[in-house]
Design a protein. Structure first.
Length: 168
């Protein structure tokens, strides 16, 4: 029997992620649903959330993202994942944590990440985490490829990652 393609496995994983419409009140992880590496990392987050059921997931390519979070531009979303606080106070907008800050935020929200939380919050580590995140994010398509069954980029948004991948 032939091993399923990476794209097929990625599509199957996307279908299994909790949706914010079905799980109101959860933090919403907005990620690149065309990126195989990103889908794999979001699958890891989903496993880490098994105990608390605190996360739901949306691909940045889902039209609901633009409707619900107009303050997040397409360029912002292509540069980094975001976690939007699912528990905003009344009459205040939800907080959106991007990239390395999202990782630090998730270390406070997910009990299985609490052991690494102190390391991620040491003085001086925020800048290092943001830098490391950006280095991986701009090379994500080169690391694991892009789903071929999704929409093809009709703008230069995808080029962001390829053009800058050789810059330091």
């Amino acid at each position: 029997m032939q091993e399923p393609k990476t794209e097929d496995r990625a599509a199957a994983k996307l279908a299994d992620f909790p949706d914010p419409d079905s799980h109101p009140g959860r933090d919403v992880v907005i990620f690149d649903g065309q990126c195989n590496f990103c889908i794999g990392q979001v699958s890891n987050l989903r496993r880490l959330d098994r105990l608390g059921r605190r996360l739901s997931f949306l691909s940045l390519h889902d039209p609901r993202v633009g409707e619900r979070y107009p303050e997040l531009t397409q360029d912002d979303l292509m540069r980094q994942m975001y976690v939007v606080d699912g528990r905003p106070e009344v009459d205040t907008p939800a907080d959106a944590h991007g990239g390395g800050d999202a990782i630090r935020y998730l270390s406070r929200r997910l009990p299985l990440l609490w052991p690494v939380m102190p390391l991620l919050h040491l003085p001086g580590t925020a800048g290092l985490i943001r830098w490391a995140y950006k280095q991986v994010a701009k090379r994500r398509y080169q690391i694991a490829g892009k789903r071929s069954d999704g929409p093809v980029c009709d703008s230069d948004g995808c080029a962001i990652h390829f053009d800058q991948s050789t810059k330091k």
